[in-house]
Design a protein around this ligand. Structure first.
Ligand code: FAD
Ligand code: NAP
Length: 539
């Protein structure tokens, strides 16, 4: 294996590793593999780093995980020197952070922007991946690492007439770099997931009128965003290692206090006091209040009802409040965090249209037609989300041993070992791939755990003189069964959500992330590595 010998020369067609994607995952993977002396090139469709935080420039876009903890922890110097302005900083701050990381660790020379990877083909005889980009260039490497993102494959909905709309159309996840002027305009927003929840209040402040098309109502916690206080920042920075370690021991990789094992083990008064506390705290912390939210419907309903009642107290029109009150269980779909979300429906210039039964008939050149009525609009905002977790991988024509197509292998749902490796696809790693905790956790710690596991594995192979690693079929089957069993047991299985692929017509209904929690998952990964990468065939 020529790892240490190959210079990172962009003119050369042969590298040790190719990384696809320059978001949080691809950037850190580049850093770690370069530290091992590998020649690496990253391919990225966008024009800069940051991934999610490069593309999602819609009004109101911000993180909903406390950013002091939604940030890299691999470099103590980095986490000490960087100052976050707010509890939940905006997209531009996250994008600036990503650029700072690229500056600080000199990542830029090894990232090729405005380059989409269209295909990746494994040559078993040569033990190499050949990657083809959208300009037809082919590059080969021993390893191929997909850092393509869980929420990066944009979902343009299949609505008749969408192409014929005569006004401006924007997707939240593909927002133009220049700000959009809504002044005096009639706007339609389709979608009320996290992106809709964040953008609707901000658009409503600028536009003449906003019509929101809601297929499913979501639970929205108030963000209570605020500037970070200097003493709070200092306190966290002094205690960073301990706080980060504590977060890693929690189910979602966030440090949220747990009030107790069961919502049903305490009185209604005590429970509601606890929920009120978390409503006042804001953000996602309510998720962790009681440990049985995913196992007991009755326990879950107590939190569902608490939020439904909050909606009824905030929204003045009782009919609108009922439409906004979610029918599915709390945490079945991704919990949203917003600022003035429910309050926005009290504005005179905002109308909510329920499309849960009817869907949208069609988009006409003039506007949006539902149940035979066309609402004329000037701007159409699609907040319709992503082909999550598998979408970005399946959009690349990935071929493994004997030309096996990943799209074919995953026709009935993804199959991976630990969400890191795939039988039939040697030397291919997926960062936060399906079957890993990914989107059910604070994603930066999950990304770091994968990047470090992959880098350690590559180092192990180099030290042991090995150059081929492939997940074993039996290990993969056992893992897929475990992931599906756990997924089917949780109350997440009781509704339609992107966690199960339900938002994409024709996508198989299979749980995409591993729902067994971050600590159990990392323990399993560590055990596998300690046992000489048990379940992987190395040679
Ligand atoms: P991404 O950031 O998605 O980066 C993947 C990159 O790969 C993209 O730049 C893409 O252009 C590139 N790419 C994909 N396919 C190709 C190809 N074929 N060729 C070349 N390049 C390709 N997570 C949290 O934990 N907390 C949050 O608060 C949070 N907020 C979010 C807000 C929004 C609006 C969204 C969409 C997601 C949010 N997430 C959040 C999830 C977020 O995606 C992750 O936290 C994290 O940023 C993912 O990083 P990544 O590098 O794995 O993927
Ligand atoms: P999403 O959660 O999938 O929401 C998409 C919305 O569009 C849903 O309301 C969906 O309805 C609706 N929709 C989709 N197709 C439709 C169609 N054909 N007709 C009508 N409505 C349609 O997508 P998202 O809001 O972009 O969020 C995706 C994920 O990204 C989040 O869950 C979260 O993990 C992350 N995110 C986080 C933040 C944050 O606050 N930090 C912000 C944005 C995104 P149904 O529910 O009925 O399918």
């Amino acid at each position: 294996m020529s790892m240490a010998a190959v210079e990172p020369d962009h003119a050369s067609a042969r590298l040790d590793a190719i990384i696809v994607g320059a978001g949080i995952a691809g950037m850190y993977q580049l850093y770690r593999l370069r530290q091992l002396g590998l020649s690496v090139r990253v391919f990225e469709t966008g024009t800069s780093v940051g991934g999610t935080w490069y593309w999602n420039r819609y009004p109101g876009a911000r993180v909903d995980t406390e950013t002091m903890f939604y940030s890299y922890q691999f470099s103590e110097a980095l986490q000490q020197e960087w100052d976050w302005p707010e509890r939940y900083p905006a997209q531009a701050d996250l994008a600036a952070y990503a650029r700072h990381v690229a500056d600080r660790f000199e990542l830029w020379p090894d990232i090729q922007f405005e380059t989409r990877v269209d295909a990746a083909r494994w040559d078993d005889a040569a033990g190499l991946w050949t990657v083809e980009t959208d300009d037809g260039t082919q590059v080969t490497a021993r390893f191929c690492i997909m850092a393509t993102g869980c929420l990066s494959a944009v979902n343009y909905p299949e609505i008749d007439g969408l192409e014929d709309f005569a006004g401006e159309t924007y997707h939240t996840a593909h927002w133009p770099a220049d700000s959009v002027d809504f002044a005096g305009k009639r706007v339609a927003v389709i979608g009320t997931g996290s992106s809709g929840v964040q953008s609707i209040p901000v658009i409503a402040e600028a536009a003449a009128h906003v019509t929101v098309y809601q297929r499913t109502a979501n639970y929205v916690m108030p963000a209570h965003n605020r500037p970070m206080a200097a003493d709070e920042v200092a306190e966290i920075k002094v205690n960073y290692p301990a706080l980060r370690a504590k977060a890693k021991q929690s189910f979602s990789g966030n440090y949220f206090p747990v009030a107790g094992p069961s919502a049903l083990a305490v009185s209604e008064e005590e429970r509601n006091r606890e929920y009120e506390k978390r409503w006042a705290m804001g953000g996602l912390a309510i998720m962790a209040t009681y440990a049985d939210f995913q196992t007991s419907e009755a326990a879950n309903e107590t939190a569902s009802d608490f939020i439904r009642n909050k909606i009824r107290t905030i929204v003045k029109d009782p009919d609108v409040a009922e439409l906004l009150a979610p029918k599915q269980l709390f945490l079945c779909k991704r919990l949203c965090v917003g600022t003035n979300y429910y309050e926005t429906y009290n504005r005179d210039n905002v109308t909510l249209v329920d499309i849960s039964e009817t869907g949208i008939d069609r988009i006409t050149p003039e506007g949006v037609c539902v149940a035979g009525h066309t609402e004329p609009v000037d701007v159409l905002v699609l907040a319709t989300g992503f082909d999550a977790v598998t979408g970005a991988l399946k959009r690349i024509d990935i071929r493994g041993v004997d030309g096996l197509a990943l799209r074919e292998k995953w026709a009935d749902g993804p199959r991976t070992y630990l969400g890191l490796g795939i039988a039939g696809f040697p030397n291919l790693f997926t960062i936060t791939g399906p079957g890993s905790p990914s989107v059910l956790t604070n994603m930066i710690p999950s990304i770091e755990q994968h990047v470090e596991w992959i880098a350690d594995c590559v180092r192990h192979m180099r030290d042991a003189g090995l150059d081929r690693i492939e997940a074993e079929r039996d290990a993969e089957t056992d893992w897929v069964t475990h992931v599906n069993d756990i997924g089917d047991e949780t109350l997440r299985a009781t509704c339609q959500s992107w966690y199960f692929g339900s938002n994409i017509p024709g996508k198989p209904r299979v749980i995409l992330p591993y729902a067994g929690g971050f600590p159990a998952y990392t323990e399993k990964c560590d055990e596998v590595a300690a046992a000489g990468y048990r379940g992987f065939a190395l040679r």
